[in-house]
Design a protein. Structure first.
Length: 317
């Protein structure tokens, strides 16, 4: 069986030679057949030149270079499409993920029949304020939303059966939630393994406040897609119908009460526009109609959508 190691990267020229040497040592020690796929996500340093030099010396090395920076998710997606191995390992290029974990991850997938195994960095060397606390919030929210009991969804070190990575598309910034994407497709045998976390040796972390907020927004999007992605009318249509009926019956109540006042009590009724409830009911009916139309348009888009390019590859070796 062959192992494909997919490594997305951005400006990691300093770490690439050491990472390559470390991975090759582990592969040779365990007599693994492997391919090492580096995905350069539009680096501005010498990362691509180093990848090309490594490929010239080691035929097991392959490379993909994006035209510009499209994001880690797109890098993983491109690497997954290129991967030919029976087991796919993903890891970061900053030397914080240890290649020494690969044999155990490989064993869990091949012998324990896990569809996906996610690493768990129990002891971290990141800043608590910048990354540790946000990661804990991410993982808590992801567990509650997905029902998958993983402690570290965002760990870059993961192992997959080939059928898993060929069945999912990792877009936007969904790389954090690949276990959820796999579960939504139908893969349920998802495991976790505590892994060693290395202190960053070169460069600076790419984590920022924008990734913190985007991560939660992506989680909400993923929840919606998993529940209503194929039938948006089930959500928007239901909400729209419910709000429209509230507005309709409220308006009917106002109208009937005015008629009752005129014909039963023989009193002159005030205009319905003098009743604040009329405007609330009218607004509710309009919002309900808009929600229903939104669900209908969503259904039409799904029926006629065409797949667009998520990234553009400049070079490939």
């Amino acid at each position: 069986m062959q192992i494909s190691i997919v490594i997305p990267l951005l400006n990691e020229a300093d770490s690439l030679p050491e990472l390559h040497k470390w991975i090759v040592a582990v592969m040779e020690k365990n007599n693994y057949s492997y391919e090492l796929i580096f995905v350069d996500d539009g680096s501005s340093d010498a990362s691509w030149e180093i990848i090309a030099n490594l490929q010239a010396k080691n035929p097991n090395v392959k490379g993909i270079k994006f035209l510009k920076n499209f994001g880690k998710s797109q890098g993983l997606n491109a690497g997954f499409k290129k991967a030919k191995g029976d087991v796919i390992i993903t890891m970061d290029a900053d030397l914080q993920d240890s290649p020494e974990e690969i044999p155990d991850l490989y064993t869990m997938v091949t012998q324990q029949n896990y569809d996906l195994v996610s690493g768990w960095k129990k002891k971290r060397y990141d800043s608590k304020i910048r990354k540790n606390i946000p990661s804990k919030l991410f993982n808590w929210a992801a567990r509650k939303t997905s029902g998958i009991e993983l402690n570290d969804f965002n760990c870059g070190l993961k192992a997959y059966q080939q059928k898993v990575i060929k069945s999912i598309d990792v877009t936007g910034e969904m790389h954090r939630y690949i276990p959820i994407l796999a579960k939504n497709v139908g893969f349920k045998n998802i495991g976790e393994k505590p892994v060693q976390h290395q202190a960053r040796k070169y460069g600076e972390t790419k984590f920022g406040i924008d990734r913190f907020t985007n991560g939660f927004l992506d989680l909400i999007t993923l929840w919606f897609l998993s529940k209503f992605g194929k039938r948006p009318m089930h959500l928007f249509g239901l909400m729209g119908t419910f709000m429209f009926l509230i507005g309709f019956f409220s308006t009917a109540y106002i109208g009937i009460s005015k008629l009752f006042t005129v014909f039963y009590y023989h009193q002159k009724a005030s205009l319905v526009t003098n009743n604040p409830l009329f405007y609330i009911a009218l607004t509710t009916m309009i919002l309900g109609t808009q929600l229903f139309i939104a669900g209908f348009i969503g259904e039409m888009i799904l029926k006629n959508k065409k797949t667009s390019n998520l990234y553009y590859i400049e070079k490939e070796i």
